[in-house]
Design a protein around this ligand. Structure first.
Ligand code: AMP
Length: 237
């Protein structure tokens, strides 16, 4: 049994708190879905939460839509409150996987404060590295299922039937913010506002990089390996 002093932590080998970082189209969503199935923790995708709010026409959706359609970030205070509320839900007790948050230094600092308040411990930040040209190529061929959120690539991972989701059997859509002009703006926003987080987490000793050009299965294997190496060997209480 490990011994700790000061504030008791609920971090243990049984919990997993991690972040997937990387440009739009790096494969965060796809990898997140595989990881949460493996570790049985919730995937918290701020993009999915916002898209649901837009589709449902809630006040949050109305506010977020104009930023999303332009490829810009939704204001920090809005997104930080959403994440804190989500992390406090009961299904997050065994841990969580953040996909698309944090995206600015202010969000990362707010997450640090939340983690402290909730007495959890961030195990790992995985950076999926993909070149800007590849990002544009991936997003312009990306189509998503409006029901389950599954993503397809029309060339490298097409649906079994033309433009129809394999699982839900509904017509796939090309997300408004995956169109080339918006994607280029999203890459600019990533470089300017999100990429400073690489240094932020590297300085904390939490950052590990994976080559996002590998196959999906290879990327998953590498991440699973990193998770096993990052988690504490014994319970810390
Ligand atoms: P995503 O599906 O993660 O690429 O997110 C789609 C869009 O939602 C982004 O381009 C932003 O407009 C918005 N969004 C998602 N997550 C965040 C965040 N953490 N901070 C600000 N805006 C966000």
């Amino acid at each position: 049994m490990g011994v700790s002093s000061g504030t008791p932590s609920k971090a243990s080998k049984d919990t997993l708190e991690m972040i997937l970082l990387g440009p739009p189209g790096a494969g965060k969503g796809t990898q997140a879905k595989r990881l949460v199935e493996h570790y049985r923790i919730p995937q918290i995708s701020t993009g999915d939460i916002l898209r649901e709010a837009v589709d449902a026409g809630t006040p949050l959706g109305d506010q977020a839509h104009k930023f999303m359609a332009r490829g810009e970030l939704v204001p920090d205070d809005v997104i930080i409150d959403i994440v804190e509320e989500r992390l406090r839900q009961a299904d997050c007790a065994p841990g969580w996987l953040l996909d698309g948050f944090p995206r600015t230094l202010a969000q990362a600092q707010a997450l640090d404060a939340m983690i402290e308040r909730m007495r959890c411990r961030l195990n790992l930040v995985v950076l999926l590295e993909v070149s800007p040209d590849e990002v544009v190529a991936r997003n312009s061929f990306r189509r998503s299922c409006p029901v389950c959120g599954a993503t397809y690539h029309l060339k490298s991972r097409p649906p079994r039937e033309d433009m129809v989701c394999d699982e839900c059997r509904v017509a796939l859509v090309h997300r408004e913010d995956d169109k080339e002009e918006v994607i280029r703006r999203r890459i600019g926003v990533y470089m300017e506002q999100t990429s400073p987080l690489i240094e932020f987490y590297r300085a904390k000793g939490l950052l590990q990089s994976v080559d996002g050009h590998l196959t999906m299965d290879e990327v998953t294997r590498e991440i699973l390996d990193l998770v096993e190496r990052a988690r504490p060997a014994e319970n810390v209480r």
